[in-house]
Design a protein around this ligand. Sequence first.
Ligand SMILES: O=C(O)C(=O)C[C@]1(C(=O)O)C=C[C@@H](O)C=C1
Length: 424
Amino acid sequence: MQAATSWDLKFRSTNLTASTARSTNAMSKRVNFLCGYRSKRFSFRNGVSVSRTDWQSSCAILASKVASVEDPGGLADKIAVVNGHKNSSVDLSLVHVETTNGKLSQVQPLTITDLSPAPLHGSNLRVAYQGVPGAYSEAAAGKAYPNCEAIPCDQFDVAFQAVELWIADRAVLPVENSLGGSIHRNYDLLLRHRLHIVGEVQIPVHHCLLALPGVRTDCVSRVISHPQALAQTERSLDNLTPRAAREAFHDTAAAAEYIAANNLHDTAAVASARAAELYNLQILADGIQDDTGNVTRFLMLAREPIIPRTDRPFKTSIVFAAQEHKGTSVLFKVLSAFAFRNISLTKIESRPHHNRPLRVVGDGSFGTAKNFEYMFYVDFEASMAETRAQNALSEVQEYTSFLRVLGSYPMDMTPWSMSPTEDA
Ligand SMILES: O=C(O)C(=O)C[C@]1(C(=O)O)C=C[C@@H](O)C=C1
């Protein structure tokens, strides 16, 4: 192996799981984590910590530390193509390369940098995302916070908790896709947790069909991926693998990793080109999303809100519940509060009202009807620093029993490019 080059990459991988983010005291967790790590009393499977009772209340974390990676065959060039997009603005220094010459590297001991407190600013921001390296959410974290330390989490909920417990500074989570629609789980979690939306990023999602080297497409009997990714490639898969069963997986990159780790010759994954690189899979088909306009919108979440401004386009996200017995006219009134002030809405989503899911109506003469109650999520194009937005919300408050501003944040105005071909 050559001596370290300028392409030696210093990567860290901290993988949060549900059990590791369960405690309420961030500081004690951090300490427990460090002790747990040092004592090496827990074991690992596929680079993921296996929970132990004496470790369950501690904060985290598997850390696979510094991996020195030489640059065989132009790694720099290879990872400049992320998600199939050559000119991607995604900064790759966040990437968790755990492999050295294709093999998983050994877990390394902690160094002094592990003991430094969470930075609030700058490039060392710790950003939690759901998935494993190679997931689109990781690319979103890199676009949102170049040079950040991306922290993989096994569930959305864990990413929220990681920020609440000061293990991470930000979470970056998908909320909707232009083809697949809303990721409802994250809407519900936004309400359950007290984090603030501080930004949004949109990522063009360029899917590939991946399999072990040598596997032919007609030998694939099962395709695994994140349900959203399967939905976004439905028609392509009908053509490419018409007889293959489709199975949901936690995230796209985890599906790729699973095939590689289990040497599955009959299974393919829908995932990114970067996942193919990371897990040594071949690309059977490239650009298999059913429409080139396949974009996922991610939200950045923090413990504190940002101060809204008026010098650039801002978006504000709110959630509200209608006053009881006011019926559907409430929604009309709320929407008109924005319309009369020329505030455009970019999104409206309804979710079950978990505290009050049903409303019984009718006086009994014809029986009673059970109407469902909803929480409405609305995104509108204005900053909370604008008087028109403040006035609109004070009007909305009159019609609602519950109103929360989830965040007022800069809109992602990245110039549009749909595919790698168009980038070139
Ligand atoms: O599985 C991944 O790679 C993810 O980042 C998750 C996710 C999603 O939740 O929608 C993100 C973007 C794509 O739309 C497909 C999947």
